[in-house]
Design a protein around this ligand. Sequence first.
Ligand SMILES: [Zn+2]
Length: 169
Amino acid sequence: MDVKAFAKSQKLLTGETPLVEFERLRQDCCGEVAGAVSWSAQGAIQPDSAGKDAVWLHLEVKAKVPLACQRCLHPVGVDLWVEQDFRFVADEATALAQDDESEEDLLVLEESFDLLSLIEDELLMSLPLVPMHPTCLSEHVPTSSNEADSLGVKPNPFAVLASLKTQKH
Ligand SMILES: [Zn+2]
């Protein structure tokens, strides 16, 4: 994707991409990976804070991803919603120099730009650290670590500790 041409055209691009196509995100999922990621990308040429015309991208992404509940280790559908502005700069040095003073995220302008990869990056960053059911089904709450092993998911040790504490009360 030529992001500069896209920005100049001021186009709004929308899409639905199956969740399973996001390889990296899929690895963080638990159970059946179904559904789609819906996204929209709006390109624009707008001045930056110094008043110079720049290439911008406004991204909105919505998805529901099945993650391993850190209490019972069964899948919990977590709604993710990302809304982020990106401004493209000439090179990495400019990005580093301007990063602190910019509310928008800075990306280096390259010939080829992978929108889906950016969408995936944003989703990965928006994943909750400790996904959990509001209330777990009691039969799902593991009674021993063996049961957790048999489910084939790696429990977060701190969450397991927390759930053990809760069970004592
Ligand atoms: Zn749970």
